[in-house]
Design a protein around this ligand. Structure first.
Ligand SMILES: [Zn+2]
Length: 238
């Protein structure tokens, strides 16, 4: 027997939809009211009434791409939209630590331009995942915000949960290359189905030694991807 929805189900769904609509309207009203009291400020220069201003955008657009980062066998190619300094660093910092999620979109436009110039071809986009505990404390995964916005710009599907971080690794700050590799080894798993034969683009905010990207790419390969590209907004100066 096919699963035919009853009148009761329709009514319940309609009520749920109406509830959601009311909630969305309320959410927009609250957002509008908050914006009046606390107008947004540019995460780069502090100018009022915008999350990211055209002048800061022009500054980051002038930064040259970092076209070839450290080579890993697990990665077909790896690039960043610039060195981790000046305005790009401000933007990443705001996105990651100051809840400035609106900055993900202008940064994603930059990621899109970089992908286009690199000539990479891929079928799916996935962010480098955060461990659940880190996700709960921050409230969002900055890499996911970037990856989702990039997927929308390129019209390529983004799968936020293609990879999972199963071990809550300690911070990579202050560790050398070997220590970083050991710190993230086996920290990631890819979902078992749906990645077979695909070309995957991994997205993260900052590239330091590539240990995280390498560990993610290995997990994706174990799930059958045929190519993995890696792109970050910034790369630490080598
Ligand atoms: Zn600005």
């Amino acid at each position: 027997m096919p699963d035919v929805p009853t009148t009761t189900t329709f009514l319940a769904e309609a009520r749920a939809d109406a509830g959601l609509l009311r909630y969305k309207r309320f959410e927009r009203w609250i957002e509008g009211a908050l914006a009046l009291i606390f107008p947004p400020r540019c995460a780069g220069c502090g100018r009022v009434d915008t999350h990211w201003c055209p002048r800061c955008q022009r500054e980051i657009d002038a930064v040259p791409f970092v076209r070839s980062l450290h080579h890993f066998e697990s990665l077909s190619a790896c690039a960043a939209t610039g060195i981790h300094e000046f305005r790009l660093q401000d933007a990443v910092h705001a996105l990651k630590y100051e809840h400035a999620v609106a900055v993900a979109e202008p940064l994603a436009h930059r990621l899109a331009r970089c992908v286009y110039e690199m000539g990479w071809e891929f079928d799916l986009i996935a962010p480098v995942p955060l461990h659940e505990e880190r996700l709960r404390s921050r409230g969002y995964n900055q890499a996911e915000k970037l990856a989702t916005a990039l997927g929308d710009i390129l019209s390529i599907p983004c799968h936020p949960y293609a990879l999972r971080r199963i071990r809550n690794t300690s911070s990579q700050v202050g560790l050398n290359h070997i220590q970083r590799q050991e710190n993230v080894a086996d920290a990631f798993v890819a979902q078992e189905e749906g990645l077979q034969g695909l070309r995957l683009l991994l997205i993260d905010d900052v590239y330091t030694t590539g240990a995280t990207m390498d560990a993610c790419a290995r997990a994706a390969q174990a799930a059958g991807t045929r190519a993995v590209y890696a792109l970050t907004v910034t790369a630490a100066r080598a």
